[in-house]
Design a protein around this ligand. Structure first.
Ligand code: 1HE
Length: 259
């Protein structure tokens, strides 16, 4: 039976880590099942939500599978995580992670490749790799540091300390703290909003922003102009712009009071 459950709800792919008895510890099989879900989502969904079944989002790498590996098997395993996670992070769909309970080690690496993270107030985060005698291998040294910075990640890895949701928000790992027990609902609502965007805009946001940020100033601006021209000259953009000019488009919600 698959360790990751897939369901399409109103054009949103709902991807659930479904190994609660092992706290959604990410086994090789689970990674393969996750990849199959990502592939399915790309064929039929416009956005995706990823979440965990049971008490926790994910306890990270399945440690039971990693006692006997050789160094080369370890490298290959890590590269496989990178490959699967890249399909989420630099694919075609925006991913919204709904977090609760433990988001630990590889679980945090997975959450970090989603495009937006929503957390229940009970969520906690840790990188206990140091105490387990290992290192991050699911892209965390690149992706988690981009969210929280190298200094904070170094602290988390050296001390194994646990971050609560408020700290995680301050650190930039969490975009939204949901009301108690409602992270999934909130993540789904956000995914529905993103699913209404032009797919090419979403694709450019997902694939363009980080690359632009990683490139030099002049290259970044040039890349931006290319993306702007590419999106603006599609029929979909023309239709959407004309709709706005004809006053038929949904207007931005203007807050009643100054924020
Ligand atoms: C596991 C794993 C796992 C639970 N691999 N089997 N991750 C960690 O160092 C975190 C390890 N896990 C924990 O600290 C705790 O399980 C939790 C705090 C997350 C949850 O506690 P709790 O009390 O709800 O569950 P539990 O009783 O500890 O675990 C239930 C079962 O799940 C138990 O198996 P059982 O057969 O005895 O019932 C646990 O052994 C099993 N389990 N977590 C394997 N991680 C790409 S590199 C990334 C590197 C990392 O991710 S390092 C961090 C690893």
């Amino acid at each position: 039976m698959s360790q990751v459950h897939y369901e399409l709800k109103e054009n949103i792919a709902c991807i659930r880590l479904a190994r609660p008895d092992k706290r959604n510890a990410l086994s090789d099989q689970m990674l393969a099942d996750l990849e199959a879900c990502v592939e399915k989502a790309e064929k039929e969904a416009l956005a995706a939500v990823i979440y965990g079944e049971g008490k926790h989002f994910s306890a990270g790498l399945d440690l039971a599978e990693h006692v006997e590996k050789t160094a080369i098997q370890g490298i290959e395993g890590s590269r496989n995580w990178h490959r699967v996670f890249a399909r989420i992070q630099r694919g075609a769909l925006p991913y919204f992670a709904a977090l609760h309970g433990a988001v630990v080690g590889g679980g945090l690496e997975l959450a970090a490749v989603a495009h937006v993270r929503v957390a229940d107030p009970d969520t906690w985060f840790a990188l206990p790799e140091g105490s387990r005698g290992i290192f991050v291998g699911g892209g965390g040294s690149v992706n988690i540091t981009r969210l929280m910075g190298v200094a904070r990640m170094t602290d988390l890895m050296l001390t194994g300390r646990v971050l609560n949701t408020d700290e995680a928000e301050r650190y930039g790992i969490v975009n939204y703290i949901a009301e108690e027990g409602r992270a999934l609902e909130k993540a789904f609502a956000l995914a529905k909003i993103a699913a209404k965007n032009a797919p090419l805009s979403n694709y450019s946001i997902i694939n363009g922003l980080q690359r632009i940020h990683d490139s030099g100033y002049d290259e970044g601006l040039f890349f931006e102009s290319m993306m702007a021209a590419l999106t603006q000259t599609t029929d979909e953009a023309k239709e959407r712009l004309e709709e706005f000019l004809a006053k038929k488009a949904k207007r931005l919600d203007i807050p009643d009071k100054p924020i």
